[in-house]
Design a protein around this ligand. Structure first.
Ligand SMILES: [Zn+2]
Length: 221
């Protein structure tokens, strides 16, 4: 789990820079996957989601897209929503305003080149917006997004633990933070996140909750 200091910083930032934390469509919740696309994990995740009939929203990084240019388009073709997590995985409160703006614009350009679309959503790395990233977000036409639940899957935890944490909070309106890459996390392998999908999907069905994309969980623009 993040340190107490980190959690305090996050709470303070979320109050200062408000962004979407929950969906509002009845009977729906959202699984979101940050830090990909990752050739080691994302293809297996797409198969797991398809097997369960789950659609999700992927917050992609420009530098990850550059490694495997076809994967972002593949995510979209498989029925999911693509969104932006930035070009690099940076802390915007540690950057100059111009660097922040460049990161978002470069990430957007990469995403447009890979998928042909301009995404609706932006989620800042670590959930930390700054004055500059909040403004760049609105200048570039993004709506910022945080989350309301998580699987703690940046840590080295089992698939069972990820599923347990997500299922504890899985209810209408939840936006669940998960990761389909271990590249920016303490853990070395993101496979447990993929392995947690069948259990999470089964629990959602039991509770009558449809797992859909973020845009589907908040209605159209
Ligand atoms: Zn991230």
């Amino acid at each position: 789990m993040p340190s107490f200091q980190q959690q305090l910083k996050t709470v303070e930032r979320w109050q200062r820079f408000p962004a979407r934390e929950r969906g509002d469509a009845p009977g729906r919740a959202v699984l979101t996957f940050d830090d990909g696309p990752d050739p080691d994990v994302t293809p297996a995740l797409l198969d797991a989601l398809e097997a369960e009939g789950v659609r999700a929203t992927f917050f992609l990084l420009g530098e990850q897209m550059m490694r495997v240019p076809s994967l972002a388009g593949e995510i979209r073709r498989r029925g999911h929503e693509v969104a932006l997590h930035g070009y690099e995985h940076v802390e915007h409160d540690q950057l100059w305003p111009g660097q922040t703006r460049d990161d978002l614009a470069r990430g957007l350009g990469t995403l447009q080149a890979s998928t042909g679309i301009s995404p609706r959503w932006y989620r800042p790395p670590y959930g930390l917006l700054s004055e500059a990233s909040f403004k760049a977000c609105s200048d570039l036409g993004f709506e910022p997004v945080y989350w309301s639940a998580w699987g703690c899957d940046w840590e080295t935890v089992s698939a069972e633990r990820i599923a347990e944490l997500v299922e504890r909070d899985l209810a209408e309106g939840e936006i669940v933070l998960l990761h389909d890459s271990a590249r920016y996390a303490p853990r070395e392998d993101a496979t447990p996140t993929v392995e947690a999908i069948p259990s999470i999907a089964a629990r959602a069905r039991e509770r009558g909750i449809a797992l859909v994309t973020l845009s589907e969980a908040v209605g159209e623009r």
